[in-house]
Every structure is written in structure tokens, then in C-alpha cells.
Design a protein around this ligand. Structure first.
Ligand code: ATP
Ligand code: MG
Length: 216
């Protein structure tokens, strides 16, 4: 399964979600790799910091949009899960990622400003739909806090886009920052709440993939 993680906005949690899903999938026994399409190559650096005793996750950097599809397809032959870590720029790359994915996850921060900026992303999404019948896509709310009314109201705001919204969220946790520099996911860390959150997220992705007929 090819999972694209994309949003035109920077700093919304694309890389955090990619790495944490990759780690959970790898621990569940899925052969997993990441295609890093961001110029900053954060996931490539993350893999450099990753301890060899941890389950292996190959990370391949691709910054030429024209090479995305080929690379993803090639890796998909040897890997059960290919995660594509997206770029924040309004570029051809985003359309290419959308087209190379079986399912899209769109991280978003719970602010009205971030919801408004989704318009540009959907221009790319609709452009991609001219080439393919349907591309399942789901929002994922990152840095969510139940105690803020504005955060709780985000789900209603997102309904206007007529794509799914994942039930699982990530809270604002320092463990995401601490693990990122160590080449780890929160699944491999001491923060049990973060680990439970990441497992729940991964299970929901599998459930959605099943619903979309992507896996058995
Ligand atoms: N749930 C979270 N709790 C705490 N920190 C987080 C969380 N999610 C992301 N972060 C931190 O916020 C910053 C931005 O996250 P991340 O790099 O995943 O976003 P991005 O969308 O990949 O950004 P870019 O567009 O620059 O690639 C990082 O420092 C990351 O560690
Ligand atoms: Mg990133």
C-alpha cells in the first residue's frame, strides 16, 4: 500500500506522522519504507540517526517530481507499505504525490487559519482527480487538545471539504520532538500515552485501507 502524507502547509506534522506510522508498521511486521520528497530531507536525516538494532525502515530521498512515481512503484514491489513524506510547497511535487498514492493522509493543525489554507491543496487534489477516478483522502488533526473549544470545532469546519476525517489525533507531546532527533518513533519510547496514540492511529489507517479495498 502506498500512503501519501501531504498538505501544502509547512510544519503541520507530515514528517511526524510519516515516521511514527512507519515505526508502528515496521513493529507490526510490515516491510516498510519512506520516500522523502521534501528538500529539507528530514526523514533521510532521521534514518541516519536510527539505531541499527531497531526494525529497519529504508528511507529514499526524491526531490525531482518526475521521479516520484517510478521510485514509489519500484519500492512498492519489495515493500508492503510505502509512505511518502510530502513537501510544503505549492508545486508539481504535491500533484505527483497525490497521483502516486493509494490513500492520502492530510495532517492539519486545529486552527481556522489552517482550515482556510486547505483551498489551495484541494486545487491540486482536484487536478489529480482528472487523471484518476478516485483517491481516498482523510484529514488527520495533529496537536489536538480536547479541552479547547476551537479544537473541537475543527471537525465541523473540515466537513465542508467532503473528505474523511480520522478519529485518531496526536496530542501536543514533547515525545514527538525527542524521538524525531533519535531516529525513533514514539512506539519505541518511554511515553506510554504517545505510544498508545500512535498504535491507535496506525490501526485506524489499516481499518480505512480495508474499507477502501486496499488491503484484505
Ligand atoms: N503532535 C505533536 N506534538 C509536539 N510536537 C509536534 C507534534 N507534531 C509535530 N511536532 C513538531 O512540530 C514540528 C513540525 O512538525 P513536522 O516536521 O512533522 O511537520 P511537517 O509538516 O513535516 O513540516 P515541513 O512542512 O517543514 O516538512 C517538528 O518540530 C515536530 O517535531
Ligand atoms: Mg516535513
Amino acid at each position: 500500500m502506498r500512503i501519501g502524507i501531504t498538505n501544502l502547509k509547512g510544519g503541520v506534522g507530515k514528517t511526524t506522522l510519516t515516521q511514527n506510522l512507519a515505526v508502528c508498521f515496521a513493529h507490526m511486521g510490515y516491510k516498510t519504507c519512506i520516500v522523502d520528497t521534501d528538500k529539507n530531507q528530514n526523514s533521510v536525516s532521521w534514518s541516519g540517526a536510527r539505531d541499527e538494532s531497531l526494525p529497519e525502515i529504508l528511507v529514499v530521498g526524491v526531490t525531482d517530481p518526475k521521479a516520484v512515481n517510478k521510485t514509489v512503484d519500484k519500492l512498492h514491489k519489495d515493500n508492503e507499505i510505502v509512505l511518502i513524506d510530502g513537501t510544503p510547497s505549492l508545486s508539481e511535487m504535491t500533484t505527483r504525490i497525490i497521483l502516486a498514492s493509494d490513500i492520502l493522509l492530510i495532517p492539519i493543525l486545529p486552527s481556522a487559519h489552517d482550515v482556510r489554507s486547505m483551498g489551495q491543496f484541494f486545487e491540486r487534489y482536484e487536478q489529480a482527480l482528472e487523471f484518476r477516478d478516485s483517491i481516498p483522502a482523510y484529514f488527520f488533526v495533529n496537536q489536538f487538545s480536547e479541552k479547547y473549544i476551537i479544537h473541537r470545532s475543527i471537525r465541523d469546519m473540515l466537513k465542508q471539504f467532503e473528505i474523511g476525517i480520522m478519529k485518531s489525533t496526536f496530542k501536543d507531546r514533547v515525545s514527538y520532538l525527542e524521538t524525531a532527533v533519535e531516529g525513533m518513533g514514539v512506539y519505541e519510547y518511554s511515553d506510554k500515552k504517545a505510544k498508545a496514540e500512535a498504535v491507535k492511529m496506525t490501526q485506524e489507517v489499516l481499518k480505512l485501507a480495508k474499507k477502501e479495498g486496499l488491503i484484505e
